[in-house]
Design a protein around this ligand. Structure first.
Ligand SMILES: [Fe+2]
Length: 541
C-alpha cells in the first residue's frame, strides 16, 4: 500500500489527495477470498479485464487542474522564498510519491499505483533548491519502452499485459513503483514501496541506482516503506510481509545496523495475510498492526486490486520481543479498525503502549479504490482519531484496551521527533488536522493545519495558515538542541489557487506564530512520505 496524505478536511478540497485520480468504478461482484496459496512461476494468467490502452496518450478529465500529472523532471535553483529560512537549517527534505507518466491501464486503478517520483528540497545558508526525478524502476523502464502502461491493478500481476504477466506473477516485486517513502541508512538513500525491496537513489542527483538487498543479506522479497530507527543504537528495524511471494503468510523482520549490515532476522508467520503497512518500535518490542484487509491468489485472479475489506475479520496487533525468537510473537485481537500508520509506542515493564490515529472502518483513502470482499463498495469510513492502545503482557487475555485521546478528526499519518522513537519519555505527536476557524468557500470544513499534541497533558498547539491542503509534516531538529520538539516543523502546502506547492517552515515549539519561511515552487510538488537528512549525514554537493 502506498497512501494518501489526509488532513481530515473534505477530500474534495485536498488537491494532494489523488485517490480517485482515474475514477473509482464500483467493483463488480467477485469470488470470496480463499486461503492464501503460493504463486507458481508461469501459472495460467486469468485477467478479468484485459489491459487496454487508448492511443494517443490521453489522461482523464479528473487529471486536470492541480491534479495534472507531473510528466517532467525538474531543477529549480534559488527557489523563491517568503520570510527567512533559519540559518541553522542545513540539509534536505526528501519525499517520494506517486505520479503518472502514462494513464493507468484499468479504469479502477487509482492514484496510489502511480510511478515513484522522488523530490528534494535542499536547504543551505538560507537558500533552497528543488529537484525531482522519476524512480526508474523496472516497471517505469518497461512502460517507457512500450510507450504505454503495461501493468494492471494495484499489486495484482494477473491483470498485467500478457507479454509480461507470467514473469510478474512469479516475481511480483518487479511491479513495484517505489512510490511510498524514503529511507536513509548506511549513508544510502532509498525509495520504498512495500511490495519489493527498496530502490537505492543517489542523494546528490536523485538518479536511480537500482534495487538493494543490503549486501545480499536481506532475503525477503518485500521491504516495508515504514521502518524505524532505534535512536539509541542507530539500528534500523526493517520488515517485509508477503516475504516469500504473493499472498504468502510470511512476515520477516530485520535489524540492520547504521552501516547497512544485517545483524539479525526473525522469520514469522501471520495468522492471516493482511496489509502491514507500518510498525512501531519500543526499547524492548516490535509492534505489527493490521486491520481486516484480506487477499489471496483466488482473489487476485478475479482481476481486482490486491486488498479487499472483510469486516468479519478482527483487527490484529502482533508484539515481538526484540530479544526473543520468531515463535515469541504474540497476537492480540480487537475490533475492526483500519490500522495503517502509527505514531509512537513505548514499553513500561510488562505494559506496551501504542499511539496511532486508526480509523473506524476502512481507511478513507481506499474508499472507491478497494472494495468489500463480497464485491460491494466500501462504506464511507469515519475519520482517524488519535488513540492509545494498551497491552498487558502479563495477562492471558489477548485483547487490548483502546482509548480515543483526542476526539478530533486528524490525518492518520502522525509524525514525531524521531530522536524519541520508542522511548518511554516521548511526549509529542505531530498530526495534520483541520482548523475550523478558517472556513472558506474552498475549504468548507476549515483550513488545513498541523498540530503538536502533548500526550501527557493533552495540550494542543496549532499551525494554521488556511492552506487548501497540507502534506505529511516532518520534524527537523534544531542544530545543537537535544530536547524533544526543539526544532522546526516542515511540510508541503497546496496552494490550489495559484497552482503551486510551498514548503512551509515553522518553529515546532511555537506553531501559532505561523510561517518562519515558505519555499515557493512554480508548480505542484507531489509526495506521500518523506524524511529530513542533515548535511552532516550525507554530501548533497
Ligand atoms: Fe504510509
Amino acid at each position: 500500500m502506498d497512501d494518501v496524505a489526509d488532513n481530515g478536511t473534505d477530500p474534495k478540497t485536498q488537491p494532494v489527495s489523488r485517490r480517485n485520480f482515474l475514477g473509482g468504478a464500483a467493483l463488480a461482484a467477485g469470488a470470496g477470498v480463499a486461503a492464501a496459496a503460493a504463486p507458481s512461476a508461469g501459472a495460467a494468467a486469468v485477467s478479468a479485464r484485459p489491459a487496454v490502452q487508448a492511443e494517443p496518450i490521453q489522461f482523464p478529465k479528473s487529471a486536470r487542474g492541480f491534479n495534472q500529472p507531473m510528466r517532467f523532471e525538474a531543477n529549480v535553483y534559488d527557489c523563491e522564498i517568503t520570510g527567512k529560512i533559519p540559518a541553522d537549517i542545513s540539509g534536505a527534505y526528501v519525499r517520494v510519491g506517486p505520479e503518472f507518466y502514462f494513464p493507468q491501464s484499468l479504469p479502477d486503478n487509482g492514484g496510489i499505483d502511480g510511478d515513484g517520483y522522488i523530490n528534494m528540497y535542499r536547504i543551505k545558508s538560507g537558500r533552497a533548491d528543488y529537484k525531482s526525478r522519476w524512480v526508474k524502476t523496472e516497471r517505469w523502464k518497461n512502460d517507457r519502452a512500450a510507450h504505454r502502461q503495461m501493468y494492471g491493478n494495484y499489486r495484482n500481476p494477473y491483470t498485467d499485459d500478457p507479454s509480461i504477466r507470467a514473469e510478474t506473477i512469479a516475481k511480483p516485486y518487479l511491479r513495484t513503483t517505489a512510490n511510498t517513502h524514503t529511507i536513509f541508512n548506511g549513508g544510502k538513500l532509498f525509495a520504498c514501496k512495500e511490495d519489493s525491496r527498496p530502490y537505492q537513489i543517489d542523494p546528490k542527483t536523485l538518479d536511480t541506482i537500482g534495487p538493494y538487498d543490503f549486501k545480499g543479506k536481506y532475503d525477503s522479497q518485500t521491504f516495508s516503506a515504514h521502518n524505524k530507527i532505534d535512536p539509541v543504537t542507530g539500528d534500523m528495524i526493517a520488515y517485509g510481509y508477503e516475504a516469500t511471494g504473493l499472498c504468502t503468510p510470511d512476515l520477516w523482520a530485520y535489524v540492520i545496523d547504521k552501516r547497512g549490515n544485517v545483524k539479525h532476522t526473525w522469520k514469522c508467520k501471520v495468522p492471516q495475510v493482511s496489509m502491514i503497512h507500518d510498525m512501531a518500535l519500543t526499547e524492548k518490542h516490535m509492534i505489527f498492526p493490521f486491520g481486516p484487509y484480506v487477499t489471496s491468489i483466488d482473489w487476485l485472479k478475479t482481476g481486482k486490486a490486491h486488498w479487499a475489506w472483510d469486516p468479519s475479520k478482527p483487527s490484529m496487533i502482533g508484539i515481538l520481543p526484540r530479544n526473543g525468537d520468531a515463535k515469541d510473537m504474540r497476537w492480540f485481537r480487537g475490533p475492526t479498525r483500519a490500522m495503517v500508520h502509527i505514531v509512537n509506542a513505548r514499553t513500561d515493564g510488562d505494559v506496551v503502549t501504542l499511539y496511532a490515529a486508526f480509523v473506524d472502518g476502512s481507511f478513507v483513502a481506499f474508499n472507491g479504490y478497494f472494495g468489500n470482499v463480497d464485491g460491494t463498495p466500501m462504506a464511507k469510513s469515519g475519520p482517524a482519531k488519535l488513540r492509545k492502545y494498551t497491552f498487558d503482557l502479563n495477562s492471558k487475555d489477548d485483547s487490548w484496551k483502546e482509548e480515543i485521546v483526542w476526539d478530533t478528526a486528524v490525518g492518520d499519518i502522525g509524525r514525531i521527533d524521531d530522536r524519541f522513537v520508542g522511548l518511554p519519555d516521548s511526549r509529542y505527536a505531530f498530526l495534520s488536522t483541520t482548523d475550523t476557524t478558517k472556513v472558506t468557500a474552498a475549504n468548507p470544513r476549515g483550513g488545513a493545519a498541523y498540530a503538536r499534541y502533548d500526550l501527557r497533558s493533552g495540550k494542543i498547539n496549532l499551525y494554521s495558515q488556511g492552506d487548501s491542503g497540507l502534506g505529511e509534516c516532518c520534524f527537523v531538529p534544531r542544530k545543537g538542541g537535544t530536547s524533544e520538539s526543539d526544532g522546526y516543523l516542515i511540510g508541503v502546502a497546496s496552494n490550489a489557487a495559484e497552482m503551486r506547492s510551498e514548503l512551509v517552515i515553522a518553529d515546532a515549539q511555537n506553531l501559532e506564530a505561523g510561517d518562519l519561511a515558505r519555499i515557493i515552487l512554480p508548480f505542484r510538488s507531489s509526495g506521500l512520505h518523506g524524511l529530513w537528512i542533515n548535511d552532516d549525514e550525507v554530501d548533497f554537493g
